[in-house]
Design a protein around this ligand. Sequence first.
Ligand SMILES: *Cc1c(COP(=O)(O)O)cnc(C)c1O
Length: 429
Amino acid sequence: MEFKKSQKLYEKGLQHLVGAVNSPVRAFASVGGNPLFIKKAKGTTIVDVDGNRYVDYVLSYGPMILGHRHKKVQKAIQKALKNGYTFGASTHNEIKLAKIVCDAFPGMDKVRFVNSGTEAVLSALRLARAYTGKDKIIKFSGCYHGHSDALLVAAGSGLATLSMPGSKGVPEDAVKNTLIATFNDLDSVKAHFKQHDDIAAVIVEPIAGNMGVVLPEDGFLSDLKTYLESQGALLIADEVMTGFRSTFGGAQELFNVVADITCLGKVIGGGFPVGAYGARNEIMEMVAPLGGMYQAGTLSGNPIAMAAGIATLTELKKQNPYEQFDEVAAILEVILLETAKKYNIDLVVNRFGSMINPFFVKNEVSNFEDALKADTKKFAVFFWEMIKNGVFLPPSQFEAWFLSSALSENDLKKTTKAIDAAMLAVSKM
Ligand SMILES: *Cc1c(COP(=O)(O)O)cnc(C)c1O
């Protein structure tokens, strides 16, 4: 397998792009080597500029849940393009996507579309503060909520991959109202409430996906919600990754908890930049123009993005691939574990719905501290061997692999072979 053209583009890209990438997770920093440049993708196959073909488990970090260029989505986009790209005024499609989203989330009466997950989350924090009149926010270490100042502490995958504790350029003042708790540990939340009486909200990835996949323990989310109610604080569910991934709707439904504010992104744009935050009427009525919390966006609710989102969610609802996701993920789990065992390698696999994550570690992973014990050097060897065997994975031990509903038996066969070769390579380290 050759990467000559990728190599050339990488060198060229370095001149005017930072590290030749527009998002640091794409830089292959923790797996070594240079990033691949992609030419095209269709279904589950992604093709780099050298013509190498891979089964894609990155899926743009989640959005491409139907696989790339699903024909119904492509058709909807082409149709929308004919009418114009952006108007700075409302369109019917915004109402349609809003209905699909609100129908899928019991806690959402109204939604506001924005352009990214980051934007959704930073707006949700502002809203929680506006609604409660309080300033402090609790986040869990290892959860990632986008790159807004207040949330760039103990923030999971991107930073963990680069071994950065937080970000430079974030003023003390911007994080002084951010408190850190431990995922799956309600006492760590309660401890903050004992010390502070001005906590507006707790933000959580209901199934953590940015420290690798980490599941909430039984009762963690519902106990958290009950406790927050008793304290007059809000629960913000950041379902930017999990929304429409583990069920049609979010992880909240599966864990029987309704958040006060929900953040969405990734899947809902069908591959275009869309984020969203929503809540019950009483909370959303704080948002301008109905209320005094200001938040705006020139391209928000972009007509092409709305068309892609509607087509994606409509098709997703029709396919209802969630059982299939679970079955495929279970198969992958077994293959990963058995192959690791065959080569005497410590491995833990966490998965939920269409998200799965092998950790090169001995003991179970239930929070960020556990995840950080994983052997990233082993992952790097594993990653490159998978690439060489035609499987495209996120270039980080701490990123979930994503499944699409287009994944075929053949893809799985190719993946199984690749896993064998990759574990063998790890065993020879
Ligand atoms: C990806 C992600 C974000 C950030 O979304 P962007 O669109 O990259 O800004 C926020 N929260 C979670 C849980 C995510 O997975």
